[in-house]
Design a protein. Structure first.
Length: 466
């Protein structure tokens, strides 16, 4: 499809929608006005992710609940609504019952979707050696430490028992059909005891055990479900994250720090006033090659929660952002000094490419088939991977001093640029990440790593289309 055909189709869709709204307005002007107002509110909500209502998942959940309740109310009680005749012929209580069912259904559905998002697995990372030790080895290490230190009963728990204990506490806190606000109000003391138990498990864990727990527990869900209660002694979310991101950050491996940053992003940084400072402390506590690995691993998780989003979108304080960028420059200067002096660290560093590979997707990785607006290349059919391009990415990532094959325990530095505009959450990015995952799993020539993705925005996309 060329540009002219695409513009004609777009114009036809716009004219058809306008005629439909005008026809609906002539028949049901009040209902049409309500519908247009709700659609505008929905557009404003989706197009402005920087507004306050997006600062916490609880706010978004309330928006979706109220939006669909108002939409249902308009369909039932507006006089010229096509659905009002059905409810007028019945008892008025039916309307309230339907509104309650719709509101509760949307509220529960949104909670389920968000819970699935929080518990999603990290796709592109390989666990470091300290986080991937066998259970037998770690349990033996725990037993020896307990014997040496004469620790209490909690220290005798194996890794599986500690993980099971955390999962049991989470099941007590996270009721699927009961909103957290209501559950905390009814069972506050019970909930707080379970939250305190989870915090104590992380607090008492030895360093290797702590890293194992972080890599196996649903950390983002733990952060989301443990709340800061109104009383001073009930600031459990703040206490838990402060414990991991400040007090015990030196005991965390790079892999655990990446998971901790991801959990904070999934929780949404504006949800807690101290979240940006926790992110700052995690990054500023990481130095030189470890910092490079942290940035690389953050970009290769197989989702849109990359380092670029963390620094330029999630962090809103200019002071925190500049502190992190200054730390990047300082550590890069130290690495460069090692290279100039030819130290042992420099020789080890030369075995890796240490470069970011930036690439387009359409007409670079895969052919667009000449389909507008993706590209103009008609030599190959649409979605065909260009011969040799995957091998080129791999060789660029390996560098001239690297091994012949890409190591299975390493992550790459491949970044794709896309003109596809970013929409609400990862609505538009999902398509590309699904494509990358298929290229990772296909037989023969396949991507050596899960790449990162930098998407466009609505403004640049609209200017390109027009």
């Amino acid at each position: 499809m060329d540009r002219i055909a695409a513009m004609i189709l777009l114009l036809g869709a716009f004219v058809s929608m306008t005629l439909f709204l005008l026809a609906l307005f002539s028949v049901a002007p009040i209902f049409c006005s309500c519908l247009c107002a709700l659609l505008y509110i929905l557009y404003y909500f989706l197009a402005n992710e920087g507004t306050t209502i997006h600062h916490a998942q609880e706010f978004e959940n309330r928006f979706w609940t109220v939006f669909f309740v108002l939409l249902t109310m308009a369909g039932i009680y507006v006089k010229d609504s096509p659905f009002s005749v059905y409810f007028e012929s019945r008892h008025s209580g039916w309307g309230f019952f339907v509104m309650f069912i719709v509101g509760y259904g949307v509220h529960t559905w949104d909670r389920m979707v968000h819970r699935k998002h929080l518990t999603s697995q990290v796709g592109g990372l390989r666990r470091g050696a300290s986080a991937a030790q066998s259970l037998l080895h770690l349990n033996a290490h725990i037993a020896n430490s307990v014997v040496a230190s004469h620790a209490g009963a909690k220290a005798h728990l194996t890794l599986e028992e500690q993980l099971e204990r955390i999962s049991t506490c989470m099941d007590n806190i996270d009721q699927l059909l009961v909103p957290s606000t209501i559950n905390n109000f009814i069972n506050q003391q019970f909930i707080m005891r379970n939250e305190r138990e989870i915090i104590s498990m992380f607090e008492d864990a030895q360093p290797k055990t702590l890293n194992w727990l972080i890599s196996h527990v649903k950390l983002a869900l733990v952060f989301y479900k443990i709340k800061d209660h109104r009383n001073f002694r009930g600031q459990h979310r703040t206490e838990l994250i402060e414990l991991l991101a400040v007090d015990r950050v030196s005991a965390l491996t790079i892999y655990s720090r990446v998971l901790l940053l991801r959990a904070l992003q999934l929780m949404k940084l504006p949800a807690n006033a101290r979240a940006e400072h926790w992110v700052r402390n995690i990054i500023l506590s990481t130095h030189q090659d470890d910092l490079s690995k942290l940035k690389t691993m953050t970009d290769t998780k197989g989702d849109y929660f990359c380092m670029n989003k963390l620094i330029y979108s999630d962090i809103r304080s200019d002071t925190v952002r500049q502190d992190i960028l200054s730390h990047f420059r300082k550590e890069a200067a130290v690495q460069q000094a090692h290279m100039e002096m030819g130290t042992r660290k420099a020789r080890l560093r030369m075995e890796q490419g240490w470069r970011k590979i930036l690439s387009d997707v359409d007409d670079t990785l895969t052919s667009s088939g000449g389909s507008y607006p993706a590209g103009i290349d008609k030599r190959y059919t649409k979605k065909v991977v260009y011969p040799g391009v995957i091998g080129l990415y791999r060789e660029l990532d390996l560098g001239i001093h690297g091994p012949e094959e890409f190591p299975s325990d390493e992550v790459g530095n491949l970044v794709f640029l896309s003109a596809r505009p970013h929409l609400y959450k990862d609505f538009s990015e999902k398509h590309n990440f699904s494509k990358f995952e298929k290229l990772r799993e296909r037989q023969g020539s396949r991507l050596h790593t899960i790449p990162s993705l930098l998407a466009g925005d609505l403004t640049s996309g609209r200017e390109f289309m027009m």
